[in-house]
Write a protein that binds this ligand. Structure first.
Ligand code: FAD
Length: 389
């Protein structure tokens, strides 16, 4: 079971690869797949039009007309909407590609607000306003979109080099290393979703798996696989730590049958005896921020993560921006749960989550779970084929 290359404990975590693979395959993956289809979890509120705070002249971000327009059609003239006109200006309109377009389902009725409370780890202002859209995530799977080249590279470079230095040196403290690993794990997961659902032939619109891409971007680097498992366990720990809160939360969408199902799926997931027996504490957050400089370090890392969150507004492909924003909010929510000040016992009272944060958290866990499952199932075959043995 699982890629034989990976055995023993996942670095910096409290579970081993075999247990994670087994738990994910048997328990978490099937439950999460069902959960994210429920009405509560399939709509995500997001401000998709980017207001990139870093590069005012970034070509990609100016291409509002490339996205599926939220405005009345009459607002833009026909010629302005055509992608080829933009190409003539030397800009490549990623969102002219159908696979990059966001398919919106406006159903604000299904989305009733919980508390509106700020998340100190993220940049977004979640207050409802006219710029928010409701996106049906089921209609917008994370997969290959054609977004590549300098615009995509610039985001990843900024995420890694400006905000989250790599840690070949021993100087880097444990907390910074963790921030790096979370981002790297998310990056692996995004690459795995691209490989799992790739446009193999544009002419015939043939989609399928791209094992070479999976190998080239992820499998050939053991640390990227390890970071994926780390991120998965980190988010899982946040979900189980907030279990009491999440169990009592209201999953009300005005559809009693569906809402009961959501509640019961959440309970199954949060208090699963197999999970509690095999991996009760997937990550031990108590050991962090211990030294004298703990509070200052926490503030710095919080600011770094907020910058990463703001960078998502610079992602120049709308569907990638949607999943980038959702997953960074999910990570920010996990950080908020694990590092809220009041310690574990008081978490129930201290913690307040926005509805959107819970949606992001569980959808992120599902994405990571899909990636772990893909690596477990397809990884060994891809390695055999590509390494030629
Ligand atoms: P990239 O994936 O761009 O990587 C750039 C560099 O980062 C690599 O050369 C390597 O040095 C380093 N690196 C790569 N992976 C890791 C890792 N796991 N850990 C540490 N370092 C690493 N494209 C889509 O088709 N669909 C999407 O949904 C999508 N979503 C995106 C979301 C965001 C937030 C961003 C920034 C980009 C997204 N993209 C998406 C683009 C995609 O991630 C790649 O940037 C693009 O496919 C080009 O890939 P690349 O081979 O140049 O390497």
């Amino acid at each position: 079971r699982g890629t034989p290359k990976y055995s023993g404990m996942v670095e910096d975590c409290c579970c081993d690869y075999e247990t994670v693979n087994h738990l994910n395959e048997e328990v978490l993956y099937p439950s999460l797949q069902e959960l994210v289809k429920t009405p509560f979890f399939r709509y995500f509120k997001v401000k998709l039009w980017c207001d990139c705070p870093f590069w005012p002249d970034d070509g990609m971000c100016r291409l509002r007309d490339c996205s599926v327009c939220e405005c009345p059609d009459s607002e833009f003239s026909e010629s302005f909407k055509k992608p080829h006109r933009l190409s003539m200006n030397g800009l490549v309109c990623q969102e002219g590609k159908p696979q990059a377009a966001v398919d919106r389902t406006l159903d604000s009725k299904a989305f009733r607000g919980w508390t509106e409370i700020d998340n100190p780890w993220t940049n977004d202002d979640e207050t409802d306003n006219d710029e928010m859209t409701y996106v049906n995530l089921q209609l917008n799977p994370e997969r290959y979109t054609g977004y590549t080249g300098p615009s995509a590279r610039r985001i990843w470079d900024a995420v890694y080099s400006e905000n989250c230095p790599k840690y070949p040196s021993q100087e880097s403290c444990q907390e910074e290393k963790i921030l790096y690993k979370l981002i790297s794990g998310l990056h692996s997961s995004i690459s795995i979703h691209i490989a799992a659902d790739y446009l193999l032939d544009e002419a015939t619109n043939l989609w399928g798996q791209n094992l070479t891409l999976l190998y080239d971007r992820v499998l050939q680097y053991p640390d990227r696989v390890s970071n994926l498992y780390f991120t998965y366990l980190f988010v899982l720990r946040a979900v189980t730590k907030a279990a009491d809160y999440l169990e009592q939360a209201e999953y009300d969408t005005g559809n009693p049958n569906e809402d009961l199902k959501t509640q019961s799926l959440m309970k199954q997931l949060l208090y699963n005896p197999k999970l509690q027996a095999a991996c009760p504490v997937p990550f031990d957050e108590a050991k962090l921020w211990k030294g004298q400089s703990g509070p200052e370090l926490k503030q710095n890392i919080q600011q770094q993560f907020r910058n990463i969150s703001a960078l998502m507004d610079c992602v120049g492909c709308e569907k990638c921006r949607l999943w980038g924003k959702l997953q960074v909010l999910g990570l920010g929510t996990a950080l908020k749960i694990l590092f809220s000040d009041n310690g574990q016992e008081n978490l129930g009272q201290a913690l307040q989550l926005q509805r959107n944060e819970v949606i992001a958290l569980m959808n992120l866990l599902n994405r990571l779970s899909e990636s772990v499952e893909f690596v477990r199932k397809i990884g060994p075959t891809a390695e055999r084929i590509i390494e030629g043995h």
